[in-house]
Design a protein. Structure first.
Length: 192
């Protein structure tokens, strides 16, 4: 079942030729799989694909990476945890904001990987640059959602960007942001 935009983008990624990030042959350098918490019969979701492209850095924020509790026997425990090497590239300082996988949309490395893949078909193929995200407010009873204090999604988005709130207690990369708690949808913005 597709509960968010990122899940649809994940499935489109498969249609465009992308594999699960956690299936890369170099995965174990970046992520620990907790096999004891993987539901019996679901182990194949964590199998490595030896011929998979590893020319780009491992990306725990890829839309193609399963989340930390994917196929968990016990949902309160992870099936995967990131190792320090997975937080390289300037992410280690804000590691507490990141969770494995995302269901917002393509990461910059996802977009770059797709451009690399299709450049053999179209030599001018390049990836646009990720330029942040926005919150699109949804309506309730014909009016934009507001909290009990009259604050809409824009205020929550501003507070998140300033680091004042933790996105309703949900992981930063999950796509479930505070604006969504009341009736909004977090979307990515890409350069033209």
């Amino acid at each position: 079942m597709c509960l968010c935009v990122g899940t649809v983008i994940h499935e489109l990624g498969h249609a465009l030729g992308m594999n699960h990030e956690q299936s890369r042959p170099d995965r174990d350098q970046y992520v620990t799989v907790h096999w004891n918490n993987v539901r019996p019969g679901k182990e194949d979701n964590f199998e490595l694909i030896e011929e998979m492209d590893t020319s780009r850095p491992y990306d725990i924020l890829s839309v193609m990476h399963y989340g930390r509790n994917a196929f968990a026997v016990n949902e309160s425990e992870p099936t995967m945890t990131a190792k320090p090497a997975a937080l390289s590239g300037g992410r280690a300082s804000s590691a507490e904001k990141f969770d494995i996988g995302n269901r917002i949309g393509l990461s910059q490395m996802d977009a770059d990987q797709l451009a690399d893949h299709y450049r053999s078909e179209v030599s001018t193929c390049t990836a646009n640059k990720l330029g942040g995200s926005t919150c699109t407010e949804m309506e309730k009873d014909g009016k934009a959602w507001v909290d009990p204090h009259g604050q809409g999604c824009a205020i929550y988005l501003q507070m998140q960007e300033e680091g004042q709130i933790e996105s309703c207690g949900r992981p930063f990369a999950s796509g479930r942001y505070c604006c969504e708690c009341g009736g909004g949808l977090r979307l990515q913005a890409w350069s033209p």
